[in-house]
Design a protein around this ligand. Structure first.
Ligand code: HAM
Length: 436
């Protein structure tokens, strides 16, 4: 016989909390998250995208090779650790590389369209809208190189954001060229920046030679003014990249999707080719105003060992979208209320049977426990937000009735035959929908 377990020392209160930069999402805020995900699923599944659920961690090489070791995200922000077998793993910092890994591993027939929700981890300096764990809703489409697919992907993100009621959002688009035209462009940018070295931020004065593109999206005023008249991607695209961008613009125009061309939109991943885009909110702090972004990555599948397969996708930041919704006063927290709350003071099985019957009929029902007094159970009923309370006392039990008391309207309570209660609650639910 082993010894009975003993309680260990109590945890220090300062360790009984979420890790820095991470958050619990509790009801009713979690209800808004769930609705957001459902809304996204409905939209993108309607366009042929299927849900893909991948592990929250991958072998570190998937991100090293996929996103690029030179990127901030891999170089400075990724959570990596050796597991108990000594394998170096990384918590997913974004969704794209994992989806592409799944494509390479399972080789579905392209075109392959996948959507995902993905808790993502980046060891950033936490602030409003910038967290160490954030949640992305995204999709990836693998196979076609057709610019019409870029139009589909961008317009789905646009439609989703607009459907929430967000108005102060700007879609920015750019093209980052491909392996034919990008090297020449990057070299001319490097030369230009060398002539403006003195104006660059301390960090970029030394690093621009390695990766001049990073200067373009740097927020430092020196880098911004230095890159003001820098050479632009769009003036340096090869003919096929230009044709792709022209076709993209025509598609967005045809769908009345408004956009701005942003010559500095290079985004922080090495995998992008051609189209890049981002949705910026005018209602929130500029440093964290990107609600989502994405682009084409025609070489990523090959980088991860698969056959040449173009791809495009986007990721939307759930926390930032909801911050923007709050700032614009749209898409409020509005959880669906309970239909009924059962108050039973008979001490018998009435509450067990009644809640079970209501739930089986598809109604949302809850009840009080622990044989509390009528007054205390009614307090819980009021707090629950239910449309009606269903009261069962000794008199109702003897008569085969239930008292139905409306909790959200001034209507009188009434006695209902036990056999009719499900129909009565259903009627109350329908009336409440009709009047809302
Ligand atoms: P990303 O721009 O790094 O792109 O992230 C997408 C969105 O996630 C951002 O626009 C932002 O809303 C949100 N986000 C990113 N980091 C944080 C953070 N630390 N805290 C809060 N929210 C954050 C990607 O991840 C690419 N995988 C998008 C993509 C998909 N490209 C092609 N396909």
């Amino acid at each position: 016989m082993g010894e009975a377990p003993t309680a260990g020392p109590a945890a220090r209160p300062d360790t009984v909390r979420t890790p820095k930069g991470m958050h619990d999402v509790l009801w009713p805020e979690s209800d808004r998250w769930q609705r957001l995900i459902d809304r996204f699923a409905l939209l993108v599944e309607g366009a042929g995208y299927g849900l893909a659920i991948t592990p929250i961690l991958e072998h570190v090489g998937i991100f090293d090779r996929g996103i690029g070791q030179g990127s901030e995200i891999v170089g400075k922000e990724m959570y990596t650790f050796a597991d108990r077998d000594g394998q170096v793993m990384a918590l997913r910092p974004e969704g794209t590389a994992s989806i592409v890994r799944a494509f390479v591993q399972h080789h579905p027939v392209p075109p392959w369209k996948a959507w995902y929700w993905a808790p993502s981890f980046r060891h950033e300096n936490p602030q409003q809208g910038r967290y160490r764990q954030h949640f992305q809703l995204g999709l990836e489409a693998l196979g076609p190189s057709d610019a019409d697919l870029d139009v589909e992907v961008i317009s789905l993100a646009f439609e989703f954001i607009a459907s929430l009621g967000l108005h102060q959002v700007t879609l920015k688009v750019n093209s980052m060229g491909d392996e034919t035209c990008r090297p020449g462009y990057v070299e001319s940018l490097r030369q230009y920046l060398a002539e403006h070295e003195d104006e660059l931020s301390d960090a970029h004065r030394t690093s621009f030679k390695e990766n001049p593109l990073r200067v373009l999206d740097c927020k430092d005023p020196g880098c911004q003014s230095a890159s003001e008249s820098a050479p632009r991607f769009l003036d340096n695209l090869c003919e096929p990249c230009m044709a792709h961008f022209t076709r993209l613009r025509a598609g967005l125009d045809a769908l009345d999707v408004p956009y701005q061309i942003d010559h500095r939109l290079v985004r922080g991943f090495d995998y992008y080719t051609r189209t890049t885009f981002e949705f910026a909110s005018g209602a929130i702090e500029a440093a964290q105003n990107a609600l989502g972004g994405g682009g084409r990555y025609n070489g990523l599948v090959e980088m991860l060992g698969g056959p040449p397969t173009p791809g495009i996708g986007f990721g939307l930041g759930v926390e930032r979208i909801l911050i923007a919704c709050d700032a614009e006063g749209v898409y409020p927290i509005d959880p669906t209320p309970l239909h009924a709350y059962v108050v039973d003071v008979t001490g018998g099985e009435s509450a067990v049977l009644l809640t079970s019957e209501l739930r089986r009929a598809g109604l949302r029902a809850d009840r009080a426990f622990d044989g509390r007094s009528m007054k205390s159970q009614m307090k819980s009923a009021d707090r629950s937000g239910a449309l009606v309370a269903l009261l069962v006392g000794p008199k109702e039990l003897a008569e085969g009735t239930v008292v139905l008391r409306p909790l959200r309207q001034d209507d009188e309570q009434r006695s209902v035959a036990r056999a009719d209660i499900v129909a009565e609650v259903r009627r109350a639910a329908a009336e409440s929908i009709a009047s809302s």
